[in-house]
Design a protein around this ligand. Structure first.
Ligand code: MTE
Length: 322
């Protein structure tokens, strides 16, 4: 069954939202949400993440949360990227990722689940409601941004897959096609990095309402360089957990191998939660540089989402499980 998703390319250009209109609309929504008390969606739109328990409308959004989360300029979000399949420099993905063919696109869901399937993108996405989420995004390299994403909760597809009782983790894979991604063949590196790019989450992390599958940003289809047509966004973890251009999700009993933890396990762990108190072996994580600024600002524990997600790590030594 193919269900057509309405894409921004189907909308007349007169209706496509410009960055300034997008931000105005957001201010309007922010004001409404403040007036009515934030729901999970509205709170996330404001960047004040809501737990499922606070989604009942009891948490009014604070004015400071609104000011704090001014989205980074669209131009910066879409031109300063990490997508190593398209090269190592920040400007490479924007230069080369136009070669990525995103239609047709399929996603395999397999492993320890009762409903394994291969979906066409439309059937994967269309049972969900597309929502706006404005999230902080913190790269392990100590730069950060605020992104207005569109997409839907990762939990939607997990519930549909119905993991078996043995499933403890979900692993993700990016497309690897050297014909479309010739820049990913770094000399002496391709065998070492072991494409495809892989990531993973513990199942309870993946089910958390803040874990998000994004299909667009700034009200437009996801740009290829940002991980079209479908990428993960886990706002309380370092950016490399937010795997791009996903083609497979696999439920596993064991912690799945992930690209950067496999490359350099002393530098990058499986959890990779944003933590100003745990330095990278080669630099401090205490501060970050918001894109578009030269000033460094303090980094927050769990990227500012501790109220919502810290319970996932109760009893764990986060210096050990970095
Ligand atoms: N996903 C794939 N497939 N390949 C990558 O190189 N880089 C990661 C993550 N997802 C990466 C990836 C890293 S290191 C970061 S910081 C973010 O994507 C960057 O996302 P952005 O380019 O949209 O800012």
């Amino acid at each position: 069954m193919i269900i057509k998703i309405k894409k921004s390319s189907d909308v007349p250009s007169s209706e496509v939202t410009s960055e300034s209109e997008y931000l105005n609309r957001r201010s309007f929504l922010a004001a409404s949400a403040t007036a009515i008390g934030a729901t999970a969606g509205a709170a996330a739109l404001l960047g004040r993440a809501a737990s499922p328990l606070s989604a009942a409308g009891s948490t009014p959004a604070s004015a400071s949360a609104v000011q704090e989360l001014e989205p980074t300029a669209e131009k910066l979000i879409t031109s300063y990227n990490n997508f190593y399949e398209f090269g190592l420099a920040k400007e490479d993905p924007a230069k080369h990722a136009h070669a990525l063919v995103t239609e047709p696109w399929s996603v395999v869901v397999d492993g320890l689940c009762n409903n394994p399937a291969e979906y066409q993108l439309e059937e994967f996405v269309s049972p969900s409601t597309i929502e706006d989420r404005v999230y902080r995004f913190r790269c392990v390299e100590a730069w950060s941004m605020v992104v207005p994403w569109q997409g839907f909760p990762l939990a939607d597809v997990i519930k549909r897959a119905d993991p078996t009782g043995d499933a403890e983790y979900v692993a993700f894979e990016t497309l690897w096609d050297p014909d479309q991604m010739p820049q990913g063949r770094w000399r002496n590196w391709e065998p070492r990095i072991g494409w495809p790019y892989r990531e993973g989450l513990r199942l309870d992390e993946a089910m958390h309402p803040l874990a998000f599958l994004a299909t667009g940003l700034y009200g437009k289809d996801m740009p290829n360089q940002n991980g079209a047509p479908l990428r993960l966004v886990v706002p309380w973890k370092y950016g490399f957990k937010s795997i791009k251009s996903i083609v497979r999700m696999t439920f596993t009993a064991e912690e799945p191998p992930t690209t950067w933890a496999t490359q350099a396990s002393n530098e990058y762990g499986f959890y990779s939660n944003v933590n100003p108190d745990v330095s990278h072996p080669r630099w401090s994580q205490a501060r970050e540089r918001p894109l578009g600024s030269f000033r460094r600002v303090p980094t927050r524990f769990l990227n500012g989402y501790a109220d919502e997600v810290a319970h996932l790590y109760e009893g764990m030594d986060l210096k050990k499980h970095y």
